[in-house]
Design a protein around this ligand. Structure first.
Ligand code: HPA
Length: 279
């Protein structure tokens, strides 16, 4: 177990519109080799806190949501020593109460993705290079997929910036890259979905399989299809994200100095091998 004063590295996964890690002190690129491919991280510090930044969509937003190498990304962060991950995400509002500009600290998800590898635990089919425990059949608990401690910290930081903050919400993950139909959004609303995005799953699941804390600070960029009076465009999503850049950076800046201190949550228990180096 970590001693109370030992810090863990914190990972930031920058989603749409959050690409620039230059605000980290001493930022430098590091390429991490994983069993799933190489990943370039930006390593830096914020005060005493070591931070690894990962640009989810790659340089120039070149990788669409369904092609993101989620397993390589999470493995690379864990191999770099990260045990707590804060992800940013642009989302559409399924629930009308989540007004554009709100920050939503999701606490559960509905998974409508397909065609993505959703796990590290592939049984006998797993890559022989992986540690033995990944060759088992493992069913990871998802009762509380998002770290309650990180969510509380992000909510407090969000409120202090004056942003409308929604402390809990259900994230609906779609396959993309298309936006949803009106009928899909109406169905998601009936199922209890609050916001919709294309990248949250399997990212959260893979983080939990590696025993990492994971929280998403979701920024509502638009009302989802059929709620919005106008057709949806990626340009609109980018424009709203750009307008809220400073606020998101302020939230991360407030949370990061404390985020790597001792973990008091139960997130580590989903991977009994988490203290070992995964590589
Ligand atoms: N749907 C899916 N993903 C999104 C949306 C949306 O409306 N807005 C931002 N990301």
């Amino acid at each position: 177990m970590h001693s109370p004063t030992r810090r863990t590295a914190v990972g930031i996964i920058g989603g749409t519109g959050v690409y620039d890690p230059r605000w980290l002190e001493g930022a430098r690129e590091e390429t991490v080799t994983t069993p799933f491919g190489a990943v370039t991280l930006t390593a830096g510090r914020m005060g005493e806190q070591v931070v690894y930044f990962l640009n989810r969509h790659g340089p120039g937003h070149a990788v669409p949501p369904h092609r993101v190498n989620y397993r390589a990304n999470l493995w690379a962060l864990r191999a770099a020593g990260v045990t707590r991950v804060i992800a940013t995400a642009a989302v559409g509002a399924v629930n009308r109460a989540m007004t554009p500009g709100s920050l939503v600290l999701c606490d559960s998800f509905l998974d409508f993705t397909h065609g993505r590898v959703p796990t590290f635990f592939e049984g006998q089919a797993a890559d022989p290079a992986l540690p033995d425990r990944f060759r088992q059949v493992v069913h990871t608990d998802m009762t509380e997929p998002y770290c309650p401690d990180l969510r509380a910290r992000l909510a407090a930081a969000g409120r202090s910036t004056g942003a409308p903050v929604v402390e809990a919400g259900t994230y609906v993950a779609t396959e993309g890259p298309r936006f949803e139909s009106r009928a899909e959004i109406a169905a998601f609303a009936r199922l209890g979905g609050d916001v919709v995005g294309m990248t949250g799953v399997p990212e959260v699941v893979l983080a939990r399989e590696l025993g990492m804390c994971y929280a998403t600070v979701a920024l509502v960029t638009n009302y989802a299809a059929g709620i919005s009076p106008a057709p949806l465009t990626h340009a609109e999503v980018l424009e709203v994200m750009a307008r809220h850049q400073e606020r998101l950076r302020a939230v991360l800046g407030q949370v990061l100095p404390e985020a790597g201190l001792e973990r008091r949550c139960a997130c580590a228990t989903t991977d009994p091998g988490w203290e070992e180096d995964p590589a």
